[in-house]
Design a protein around this ligand. Sequence first.
Ligand code: DGJ
Length: 748
Amino acid sequence: MSISFQRDEGIFALNTQNTTYQMQIDPLGYLRHLYYGRRVSGSMEHLYRPVDFGFSPNPYPSRYTPQISLDTMPQEYTGCNAGDFRVSCLTVSGREGACGAELRYVSHEILPGKYAVEGMPSAFAGDGEAETLVVTLADEVTGLEVALYYGVYEAQDIITRAARLRNTGTGALTLERAASLCLDIPFGDWDLLHFQGRHNMERQAVRTPVTGGIQTVSSRRGASSHQHNPFVILAGRDTTEEHGDCYGLMLAYSGSHRTDIERDQSGGTRVVMGIHDEQFRWTLSPGEWFQTPEVLLTFTHQGLGQLSRSYHRFIRSNLCRSPWTNRRRPVLINNWEATYFDFDTEKIISIARQASTLGVEMLVLDDGWFGARDDENRGLGDWFVNERKLPGGLSRLIAEVNGLGMKFGLWVEPEMVNEDSDLYRAHPDWALTLPGREPTMGRNQLVLDMGRPEVVNYLCDRLSALLDTYHIDYIKWDMNRSLTDVYSRALPPERQGEAAHRYVLGVYDLLERITARFPEVLLEGCAGGGGRFDAGMLAYCPQIWCSDDTDAVERLTIQYGTSFGYPVSAMGAHVSACPNHQTGRTVSLDTRAVVAMSGTFGYELDLNLLTEEEKAAVRRQIQRFHRYGDLIRQGDYYRLSAPTQNTDYTAWQTVSEDRGEALVSVVVTHVRATSPLICLRLRGLEENALYRVREFAVFGTGNACGDLSGQEEGRVYSGGGLMYGGFVLPRLYGDCPSIQIYLERAAK
Ligand code: DGJ
């Protein structure tokens, strides 16, 4: 049993292999947080020491005990307007407009298996893999009942949380904030790690001390966004990749989100995470409930690397539902950067033909195949093949591609519409626009009101028709603007505050229906690159296009930041043309492949334009990816350097679960004359085992690049020697040279 309840003390203990989470029902019925951290036995009640802080109010029954205050008590979920001035989970008001709630314990249940989150993606569990605790709290006056759900995954060191808010009263309630959780960490000095960015530069890891005041990581864009990922880590000040305490909080939600981190007057740190409360106002009629999205929590005392590896494994085994999650993905060629909108059947076939001779396994036809879509100003929404551009339609193209022995994939952007489209002309009211105002445009397109069932039904029919009619193996599901003018023509005025969240629920509904009906179609999420790279989308899409920035050097920091929460198996990454279309930089073809191989691996350029020598390199790269693909996708990932601090080189490593194989990749981003040698301390190996260098591939343009290749292959090192001493790399020359070293455990 990973969940227990000590009736006498009123303590719930949630134990995973290496962590313990405890909470306690206090004498007034509040659900107090006691502890989340390294696994311990026995009560952690001693951590709660009520002391008097002036101006911290007291619940009425404790009015003679100034030490008792919700303002200083660590809590599992907060009420509102009841004496806790820290960031709160809830804003609720009742009939008289009175805003307030005091949540007290009502009951609890311990259940086998994992609870479900209705209408939204959440983690799942196999037989015996998880247990559920449901603690129900209620506010007597409003009749608001808050059921707190805890899913405990013992072996994975993951605890999931979500809340369900139900109106058991007689009058309507209005929610203006309904967070997924509150995590109070009563003591300690913490750093906040968050992942911020912009289009073309997503998830840049930032580490900053948690100081007095409130730090907020949020998106108001209707999507999880390029700018602020819904994932944060709190790490001890001295926590490194390999040592030290850290907490992860990852929200499985793809819309506007908000995480507040507050260091309070008593030295505690509170994190409140959930749906963004701006543009959120939800009416709960009597009997109705509101479900919050789920948060995936983890803790480790073994540093940031271990935290990431827990998430990677969990996402692969308990979040991504696609049968493709743990399968080898086809090496693809995408035509976007090769042609943009300027293509016809012949051009696509010529790219496919060339690709097939090099070993590429799937052709993905990107934007521009439908309606009048010759540029980004028209056609979105008209999901019918443009036969002018593609004579013979998709049937002919797919037959040709399949005839080359390749699979076929297709791009769609279901949630959007251009004004210049048949869909918009037929249903202008299906777009989100504000009455009496000209809409704000993004990429000259509008957003469909996904909260309307008829819109979702229409899109489901269109996508299903495409998937039924054509032999499509893969779909790239794009979303190319943020939400503005959020107003639904289908909702009454008092429910307009529901439109943004209903949009997300509609997207999930559509994804749910399409993935249930076509489970074998490999789905790649995308939002102008990585603008919706989150645990919610990962439940449906085993891979997400990481960024529209395909420059290998830029990708190093993007993929580095992404790796803190998300597995390599989820990172869409391609080799594109040089000079790179986003930066103008030229990086060798092989280094581009080393970087893209740390993702799902594919190509996005016109392979016909390559020289014979380059084509031979592509062939070798694909063969190499086949050799190492399983290890890369399923192995344990180690960040060996931080490109945010070390701008000279970036190194990372993957080790198989049984520690029998390892692949080390290094890109030298700044070659210096007479440079000191790089000595890489490897990780995750078996200390006493011997490892043989099976492949030592140096990719660069300089004259001394290959100087160790012949000598290294076959050499044997001890695991301890490589981890505690390190591996000394040769000096490399040229623009962004790289190395891949494949090690295999040698027989004793
Ligand atoms: C944005 C995506 O990120 C690109 O890869 C491409 O699919 C374009 N949209 C097409 O419009």
